[in-house]
Design a protein around this ligand. Structure first.
Ligand SMILES: [Zn+2]
Length: 243
C-alpha cells in the first residue's frame, strides 16, 4: 500500500526548515521558519470549510438566515459574526458610485416597502437610480415621510441633482419640483421603468423585499446590512460593465 507524506513549507519563503513553536491562545500549533525567522499557524483548528464570500453570495441569491445556517451547517451566531465583520471592512458607499453623471443621464426615484421584525414595522427603501449606468446613486431606509426623502436628497452627490429626474406622484417628491428639472409622472409614461425593474430584481434575489414573505430580519441592523450588501454588490457589477 502506498502512503504519501505532506512536507510542510513556510508560507512566506517556502522553506522546509521549520520547527514547532508552541501554541496560540486558541490552541493552534504555531511553527517557526528558521530561514526567514517568522512564526505562524499553518493549519487552523476548526477552520470553516468555506469563505465569507460564499455566505455573502448565498444571501444575495434569496436565501434566508435559516437557509444559510442549514446549507453551510453553521450557527446563527457565526453568520451574525461574519455579517458584522463584513460591515466593518465594507468600503464607503460613495466610492462605488460615479462622481459625475453623463450629460444625457436621468435620475429615477422610487420607494419600496419592506418590514423588519413585524409586518407593522414597515421600512421603506428610497432610492435614486441612474438610467444610463443602472447604478443606485443613493438610498435610505426609513418611513415614507418627507423627512426620510430629505435624508435621501442630502445623500445624492450635488452633480447628480443637476440632471433631469423622474418620480411617481407621491407627495414627498414635490420637494424636488423647485429645482426645475424634476417631473412627477404616472407609471404608464414609462419614465420610471428602470427603477421598477430594479425592484423586480431585488425581489427576485432578496426574500426580505418579497410581498407576504416570511423571511425578514428581526433586527433593524441586519435589515440595513443585508440591503447594503446587495446594493454595493449590484453597483460594483454595474461599474465592471462600464470599464
Ligand atoms: Zn520562511
Amino acid at each position: 500500500m502506498l502512503s504519501t507524506t505532506n512536507i510542510e513549507k513556510c508560507p512566506h519563503c517556502a522553506s522546509e526548515n521549520i520547527v514547532k513553536d508552541g501554541f496560540t491562545k486558541g490552541r493552534n500549533q504555531r511553527v517557526l521558519c528558521k530561514e526567514c525567522n517568522k512564526s505562524r499557524v499553518l493549519h487552523k483548528k476548526n477552520a470553516l470549510p468555506f469563505s465569507f464570500e460564499q455566505i455573502k453570495r448565498a444571501f444575495l441569491e434569496r436565501l434566508s438566515l435559516c437557509g444559510v445556517c442549514r446549507i453551510f451547517l453553521i450557527s446563527y451566531y457565526q453568520v451574525y459574526k461574519m455579517l458584522n465583520l463584513s460591515f466593518m471592512v465594507m468600503p464607503k458607499f460613495k466610492t462605488w458610485v460615479l462622481a459625475k453623471p453623463a450629460s444625457d443621464d436621468v435620475l429615477e426615484f422610487d420607494e419600496l416597502c419592506g418590514f423588519c421584525g413585524k409586518k407593522k414595522h414597515k421600512q421603506w427603501l428610497w432610492a435614486a437610480l441612474s438610467r444610463n449606468t443602472r447604478q443606485i446613486v443613493a438610498y435610505v431606509i426609513g418611513d415614507r415621510s418627507e423627512k426620510t426623502f430629505r435624508r435621501l436628497i442630502r445623500k445624492i452627490p450635488i452633480e447628480w441633482l443637476k440632471i433631469q429626474s423622474y418620480s411617481d406622484a407621491w407627495k414627498s417628491y414635490s420637494l424636488l419640483l423647485s429645482k426645475g428639472n424634476h417631473n412627477m409622472i404616472g407609471k404608464e409614461t414609462g419614465q420610471t421603468n428602470h427603477i421598477e425593474r430594479y425592484w423586480a430584481t431585488r425581489r427576485a434575489r432578496m426574500s426580505r423585499y418579497v410581498r407576504k414573505s416570511l423571511s425578514f430580519s428581526r433586527k433593524l441592523r441586519y435589515h440595513h446590512l443585508v440591503t447594503k450588501l446587495f446594493i454595493m454588490d449590484y453597483n460594483l457589477q454595474c461599474l465592471s460593465t462600464l470599464f
